[in-house]
Structures are given as structure tokens and as C-alpha cells.
Ligand binder design. Structure first.
Ligand code: 5RP
Length: 231
């Protein structure tokens, strides 16, 4: 397994490449996670060194919001902006069709809402996230507390191996919207569109982490130092 310093180096390289896509007067969407943190650092540099001026910035987590505001960017709620021009986000897994699993940071609901309201979605990942078929990461599903036990039982009956995501103290993790996350422990997702369709039609499910036909471009930082842009 790759050490953290090396992985951070790769995340930083992918983030730097994505920053080349940012232009003045854009409405920019900024995602969540440790890779995006490096992208926000790059935005800070562009602001400082080149006077970057964005029309508006929306983001998908309070941590990203705090970092952006610390750098002097004003963050707008998604509902206050017209269509987002470009969103840059991380991913937990991405396959050869540019479909992905997201939600490792429990921000999937806002992430998907920002993504589907963006003209262009770019994901920044290190090579460890790239797979042939979606697998290797439990699929996050955000569920309403009012029926969470029934939803969990329904998933169990379907063989989807749901597990409530917990906080370090053992309590159930609550999302920004006060819901729970059921992580589906699946060895492989043979037909992602079939599972997405089932989850989209299950009462009690708020959102799920299958992001299909959403990503336009993925920037992959390879272990050998190369940056691959896949469209
Ligand atoms: C959060 C996400 C993140 O984009 C995903 O977890 C990747 O994060 P990181 O860059 O830290 O690996 O989907 O809900």
C-alpha cells in the first residue's frame, strides 16, 4: 500500500492540473475531501498570484466552505446560483466508463445536487481509486431516520449487506441534513444502473453514492508521476 506522503503528492498533482480549468467569472463548484483540499489550496494561489475572480462559488461541505472562506472566497448556497459552469470533486472509486462511487465523506446528497446542476464535472483522483468495475468501496446510501430500520431490513433481504456508519464514539453518524448513512458492503456492483434504479425507487432513501453518467472528465495522478486526463 502507498504511504500517505506519496498519496498526498499524487492528490496534489491532480488538483494542480484541475486548477488549469478554472477561469475568471466562472460559477465554480467545489467538492469535498482530502483531494479537493489541495484543489482549494490551488484556488487560493490563483487568487493571490493571478487575481482570480469568480462569479460565484458553491461547495458541498462545511469543511470546504471554511477553507474557501479562509482564502477570501464568498460561498453561495446552490439554490442562489444559476447553473454551475464547472465542478471539481474527488471520488472514492471511478471505473473505465467514468462512473463512480462517492460519499466517503458523507456529503453525497449535496455533491450529487451540485454535480447534476453543473455544465461540466471533473473528478480528481490518485491511481488507487481507479477500477475496471465498481468495487472495493462500500456504497454509501443516505436514509431518513424515520424509517431507517425498515430500510436496513429491506436492504438485508436484498443481500446488500447494509451497515450504519458510526462516529468514533459508536453513535450513528448523522449527515448535514440529519439523516443516517447505510454503507452497503458489496464485493462488486455487477450492474450499477440496476442498483441505482432500485435505490432511486426505494422509499426512505434520500440519495446514494452511485454517480452514473455524471462525470465528464477524470484527472488521474498515476504512481509513476504521470497525469492522465480521461474523458
Ligand atoms: C465525499 C466524497 C469525496 O469526494 C470522496 O470521499 C473522496 O475523498 P478523498 O479525496 O478524501 O479521498 O465523495 O462524500
Amino acid at each position: 500500500m502507498m504511504d500517505k506522503a506519496k498519496q498526498d503528492e499524487l492528490k496534489k498533482a491532480a488538483a494542480k492540473k484541475a486548477a488549469e480549468l478554472v477561469h475568471d467569472e466562472m460559477i465554480l463548484g467545489v467538492g469535498t475531501g482530502s483531494t479537493v483540499k489541495f484543489f482549494i489550496d490551488e484556488l487560493g494561489k490563483l487568487k493571490e498570484e493571478a487575481g482570480l475572480h469568480l462569479k460565484a462559488v458553491v461547495t458541498t461541505s462545511s469543511r470546504s466552505q471554511k477553507q474557501l472562506e479562509g482564502l477570501g472566497f464568498k460561498v453561495s448556497p446552490l439554490a442562489d446560483v444559476d447553473q454551475v459552469d464547472l465542478t471539481v470533486d474527488g471520488a472514492d472509486r471511478v471505473d473505465s466508463q467514468l462512473n463512480g462511487i462517492k460519499g466517503g465523506g458523507a456529503a453525497l446528497t449535496l455533491e450529487k445536487n451540485v454535480a447534476v446542476n453543473s455544465k461540466k464535472n471533473v473528478w480528481i483522483v490518485d491511481e488507487s481509486k481507479v477500477v475496471d468495475h465498481l468495487s472495493g468501496f462500500a456504497l454509501p446510501v443516505e436514509v431518513l431516520p424515520i424509517s431507517c430500520e425498515q430500510t436496513k431490513r429491506r436492504f438485508e433481504a436484498e443481500g446488500l449487506n447494509p451497515v450504519f456508519r458510526l462516529n468514533p464514539d459508536g453513535s450513528r453518524l448523522k449527515t448535514h441534513y440529519g439523516n443516517y448513512i447505510l454503507d452497503l458492503d458489496l464485493a462488486r456492483i455487477p450492474v450499477p444502473s440496476g442498483l441505482a434504479d432500485y435505490l432511486d425507487h426505494t422509499t426512505g432513501v434520500v440519495e446514494h453514492g452511485l454517480f452514473l453518467n455524471i462525470c465528464d472528465q477524470v484527472i488521474i495522478a498515476r504512481d509513476n508521476g504521470e497525469i492522465e486526463v480521461k474523458k
